[in-house]
Structures are given as structure tokens and as C-alpha cells.
Design a protein around this ligand. Sequence first.
Ligand SMILES: [Fe+2]
Ligand SMILES: [Fe+2]
Length: 354
Amino acid sequence: MLVNFVTDEPGKIPAIRAMLEPQFHILPQVLQSDDPETGANGMLMVDADLRKMDCVERIKRVLRVKRANPEKMFVVPGHLQVMIAQAYALGATAVVSRPREIISKLIQFANDEKADHNDADSASPETRNSATAFESIFSTAHEGKPVNLADAEYATSQIITNIARNGFNRWLDEIRRHHEGTFQHCLLVTGIAVGFALDLGFCEADVKRLGLSATLHDIGKARIPLAVLDKRGELTPAEEEIMRWHPVIGYDLLKDIPRISNEALDGVRHHHEYLDGSGYPDGLAGSDISDLVRLLTISDIFAALIELRPYRPAMSRPDAYKILCGMNGKLEGALVKAFQGVALNGTKPAVRSR
Ligand SMILES: [Fe+2]
Ligand SMILES: [Fe+2]
């Protein structure tokens, strides 16, 4: 289970990690930073001095981001009644004071979460977690707010875990059964890129790099009018022009995020470029297109072909792969060839690394 640990003292983070990892995955955030960094997933655990008003105000900001999460645990010294009252006023669902209580509450939350998931449907927890994170990323971008990189990283890690554990084919089935539209597309592209990277034997860091780039690649579509994005049928030339702006919009949405990597920005801006220079938005050609982008573009096209669209049925994987093979000069032939295994057979449920 993911625990978003929010504190006013950075010194508390190593202690909480030592106590809870690896049983729980800790995502720490220090309240002094201006941007709410916690993701929209997992539970919230707050350990801060609730007697200080500035601290309380910052927690309220974090809670606004975390409003979708039902579990909010506050760690408060047992004798400080004023802090206990403040914790409940902030919406605490549990107030604890001792390490033993922290652990038993977390185990209880984790068990409740598992039971909910078993009841809900047959999708794996990782699929649901990544979809929820995608929802948060897209709704934030749609509202014009800064994209939360922690959500994107979390979604990516959940997809990697799922595919490494269960294999690509099962994951693909889940996504096609439970999601649709732009969401389905972004989830599919990420999974295909991750499957591709695992199949090529990429190291963990490179799998994550490509995965994150895929997670964010179409974020610019969050700002495209729904009338264009969800239109049934062919787009008019004017609508086509609007759609062609999404890589630049995505790049602009992400470029000022402090921790964003150049590779992720490259993937977002250039995943519609072709080796022969006929792509958009910058008309890059040949060696100006990085290896990561070449892999991403293949994954993106394959995903688009095997998706169910309102105006056409999903294409079979062999037919979609045949189209990739026919895109001579636009895609790198050696990579298309290397993609054959994932495209036609998927990956086996095991992580390969070198
Ligand atoms: Fe795109
Ligand atoms: Fe795409």
C-alpha cells in the first residue's frame, strides 16, 4: 500500500521509512515546499505540529489535493488534546500516537483496501491504481493546474509492476475491458512501451524513463476541446490542426516542472515525428529523433491501431503490426522488427533486466 507521508520536519522521514518499509511504500512530502507533491493514490499520513497555524494551512492545501482519498491518519502526541481536536477538525479518519498503533492502523487500512478491490471487479489493484492516477493527471491538466509528477511516476510504476508480474497480454485485456477513450489510449501506450522495454532487456531505470514519457505523452490532449477529442467520425482539416497542437501543449504544460526530465519532455513533444521528416510539430528527421522517441512512436501507433474507436472496430494485433512494418522510412526498421515479439505474443510474467 502507498502511504503519502506529510510532515513539517524532514528529519522524521528516515525514521518512518525505517519503521514501515518495505511492507508499505512511503512517498514523503515536507510541508515547507510550495507545491503539493503527494499523489492522488494511497492513504495520507500526517505528522506535523498542528498547533502552528501556517502548518495547518499547508495541510489544508495538501488535503484539497487528497480529497479523493478516504483514509487520513494523523500522528499526534497522546497528551496534546488540542492537536487531537485539530486533527479531527481537518478530517482525520484515525488519530494515533504510538508506533505500534501506526502499524496496526496501516495493516487495517491495507486489508480494507484489499477487500474493497476484491469486491469491486476483476481488474488488478495496479490497473485500478494506475487508472486513478491517470484520472488525476488529466483532470489537473484539464483544469489548467500544474501536473503532479508524483502521480505520473506512480501510475508508471504501477503499470511496470503489473506487466512484470502478470505479463503484457493479461494487462492488455484488463485495460481494454475497463477503460475507454483517451484514458485507454494513454494506459495502452504506457503498457506497450513498458512491455517493449522489458522485452528488449532494458535496465530498470530505462524502463521507468520510457514508461514515464509514455504516461505523459498525450497530456496535451487534456486541453483539447472534447468536441474535437471525442468526435465520432473523421476530423475536419481545422479540427485536425487543433489536434496537431497537443504535443506542443503537453510540452508547455510540463516544461516548468522542476523535476521533469529532458527525455520526458522530448517524448511528449516529439512522439509524432517521423524519421523522413514528415511528422509534427517540429518536422524533425533522422538522428534528431532520439531512441526513446522512436520506441515511443512505435508504441503509440500500435496502441492507436488496436484500440476500439467510436468510428471503427479495434484492429487485430497481427494486422496492426503489419501496418507498422509498412511504414518504411518513417519508423526505424530494426526497432519495428524487435517489436514483433511484444506485438504478436506479449511478454511473459517475469522481469528481465541486465
Ligand atoms: Fe499524441
Ligand atoms: Fe498517443
